[in-house]
Write a protein that binds this ligand. Sequence first.
Ligand code: PEP
Ligand code: MG
Length: 578
Amino acid sequence: MNKLKGIGVSPGITIGPAYLVPKLHQYVSDHQIPPEEIASEIERLEKALAETEDDLEKIRTQTARNSGTIEANIFNVHLLLLHDRELKKEIVRQIKDGVNAAWAVQTVVNRHLERLGKVNDAYLNERRYDLEDVGKRLLRNLLGIKGHFADLKERVVLVAHNLTPSETASLNRKLVSAFATDVGGPTSHTAIMARALEIPAVVGLKEITGVARPGETVIVDGQQGVVILDPDESVLKEYTQRQTGLRKSHRALSPLKDVIACTRDKHRVIIGANIELPAEVSSVMAHGADEIGLFRTEFLYLNREDLPSEEEQFRVYRHVVEKVKPCSVTIRTLDLGGDKFASALNMPEELNPFLGWRAIRFCLSQPDIFKEQLRAILRASAFGPVRIMYPLISDVEEIKTARIIMEEAMAELKQRNKKFLPSIPIGAMIEVPSAALTAGAISRYVDFFSIGTNDLIQYSMAVDRTNVRTAHLYSPTHPAILKLISEVVGAGRKTGIPVGLCGEMAADPALAFLLIGIGVNELSMAPLAIPEVKQLTLLITLAEAEECARKTMNMDSASEINFMLKKKYAEIMKRGKK
Ligand code: PEP
Ligand code: MG
């Protein structure tokens, strides 16, 4: 038995046989070819190039149909790379020197990958993964290894170093029950896809491809970020029971999708869904969200060479708005920087990207790009209820400046006779301590607050949210965090604006209990987490949640608070069983 710890990026428990995604280089050898075979080897290359082009065209159409044009865009980049004349020339030159085609492709692609890896440029660095993906596909065609995971016959756990976008897009969902990968973080493409497909996933396992054996039993616990290879009988029994329990509770909770989240003493809690891709909208409805509380829009700007136009963005926003109408959609403006960089924007390398040119700071200094997005969101507001919110506000002046730019965007739309809702609600994300502590001032310029605890915790505790080594210090229940949240709730109440929370902590029912007690009105979370949080609200009273929140205000440490919450939550859950 071997237990590995990684980052759980999509919840749920799966037990199944491991399928090790083959490393293509195992099939490639450096045998030389005689001069008389050079012409036919070049012909083989041409044929493989044509097949790869065909594959990419097909997968682009299929992705556009299933997930939308934005997700399909990445395959345009792949086609561009495939048509790169220099790359082909280099490969042909090698073949003419007597190298077989597969070895030539592998050598040339690897050389370029190495070069791109060393370049100090986020855009070129990102292209590395695309080139790797195209190179693999071309090799597969050359070697006659058809289709990704084509030999899958039973449901498996995919174990891979990394899964490329085209691999995840082309896998058969019925045959893949979980992902476990060496690399990746919570915002990696694999993580986003796993959540959208609703299958458990653990990434950042570092060495799983080195230690897993094909066919051996694997447990993937996407909640705890744990993968167990070849579990012994007692562990297997424990996880089988937990899996059955989870399935049962999911089944039992599914009728809650039509139930309103309301405490026993009639306090209504608004339950929102967080989405990163338009394709997740069906999951929002299936899990019974009251609204989309956070629609992240970075996906529009990633994996492409140009910027999305107003028209393109408008179509995406309108699609989501019309799909969930009459529920409202809170669209967050661009939050690039930190750990997300767009190719087309050429953002410079920074020593401290999370403290740098990120989110609203970037947008305010690039008003044309910002306004393009604002106009698109405004136009979508003519088709259903929409709210706009700004990420990473750290000072009231930023809100004032954003308001001026918003007015300009509105004036431009008026001039073009485009419809929009002039009174569109505007919100500030509170995710920096300076904003939490001056929430009173900020509240006078906005219509709502949404607390982004993922960032608020990292900035308050000086803990990089993406660093595995300091993950144990990242603590949602630290008294400082709870005080900051109460401060924001107090400011919102005083001015009379709603205060929501859309960080990951809203998805944990025990923490949701505490947040309701502190006075947060809206909790927004990954769609999968909704049923459990809804269930919690039905079992509690607001009065007991408030009492619990009051008690935490006199506690000294996160561990003390966690201990009390765990006990209380177990007691609440017992009520559900009666
Ligand atoms: C947050 O910071 O809590 C949040 C919801 O935003 P993101 O995770 O996209 O930074
Ligand atoms: Mg944030």
